[in-house]
Write a protein that binds this ligand. Structure first.
Ligand code: G1P
Length: 293
């Protein structure tokens, strides 16, 4: 059995929902309190035991590479001031061994994943979407990796999102229950809404795949549809071999849109040692005002 060591992180999206902030800056670099979104994703991969990371990036994304590189000038300045706290913060974003490849045009998640084919080789791998954050004591990526090791099958993650949200995500029609939170899959559909499924389980941004997904992506790509969807390739794969679906019940922030990013900033700001107290006081005051309105 091959151990999972590699992760693909997708970060090629133009991020139009955040214009004008994302005109020249990657949306993955937008901060949650003081930490760029993509750093949470990288930290999850590393905490799960991932050893090699490929970021699928695109236009205007070079600051992502700079962020995970060392900044010797800044280090020197902080070290001259004996600012060990800030030096420790800086060190958390020094992540060597990240590889980068550019997707010329964001042509769907499936097309982004195809860019990772030679990086992956013949090994199983994880996919982490760069705009989905899952703060959880046991990282969701780790849970999926454990399930892969136990069942030797690709595993996707899903969660109850509420029917109204299904039109914006991939959806899963589950079949048999294998465990309390682990299921077989009848079908997966990309952004098809609630009419096609009998549950409200939306696909979320963590997957364990094997290289068997690539032939499926290639054959879909040859059909020349406008966007190549990973979900469609998973549907094709599941017809030949079982793909499992794990129901995540932890916290998730979909920071791919304004509302999700705001919620993440508020909730994680309520936990941050510098902002927790004033923010909670402010929110209490605000909620009193809102009740009076
Ligand atoms: C992508 C996937 C979708 C999944 C979602 C999770 O969509 O295509 O299946 O449900 O991520 O965030 P996107 O959000 O890129 O439109």
């Amino acid at each position: 059995m091959r151990k999972i060591k590699k992760a693909i992180i997708t970060a090629a999206d133009f991020g139009v929902d955040f214009l004008p902030a994302t005109k020249a800056m990657p949306k993955e670099m937008l901060p949650i309190v003081d930490t760029p979104v993509i750093q949470f994703v990288i930290e999850e991969a590393l905490a799960s035991g991932i050893e090699e990371i490929l970021i699928i990036s695109g236009k205007n994304k070079s600051t992502i590479g700079n962020h995970f590189d060392r900044n010797i000038h800044l280090e020197k300045m902080l070290s001259d001031k004996d600012d060990h706290e800030k030096l420790a913060i800086l060190a958390k974003s020094d992540v060597p061994n990240i590889h980068y490849i550019r997707q010329a045009y964001p042509d769907g998640l499936g097309d982004a994943i195809l860019h990772a084919e030679s990086f992956v080789g013949d090994e199983p791998f994880v996919i982490l979407l760069g705009d989905d954050i899952m703060p959880n004591e046991v990282p969701l990526t780790k849970t999926l990796m454990n399930l892969y090791e136990a069942y030797q099958k690709p595993v996707i993650s899903m969660m109850k999102t509420g029917l109204e949200k299904l039109a914006q995500s991939g959806v899963v029609e589950v079949s048999n229950a294998i465990g309390e939170t682990l299921f077989g899959i009848s079908h997966v559909f990309e952004k098809a809404g609630s009419s096609v499924v009998s549950n409200d389980l939306g696909i979320i941004g963590r997957y364990v795949m094997t290289p068997d997904i690539f032939p499926k992506l290639h054959s879909l790509s040859a059909q020349g549809k406008p966007e190549l969807q990973l979900t469609d390739a998973i549907e094709a794969l599941n017809k030949e071999q079982d793909v499992l679906a794990y129901e995540y019940q932890g916290k998730r922030y979909d920071v791919g849109d304004k509302y999700g990013l705001l919620i993440a900033n508020i909730e994680l700001g309520m936990k941050h040692k510098e902002t927790a107290q004033p923010l909670v006081e402010y929110l209490k005051e605000l909620s009193k005002q809102l009740k009076q309105e």
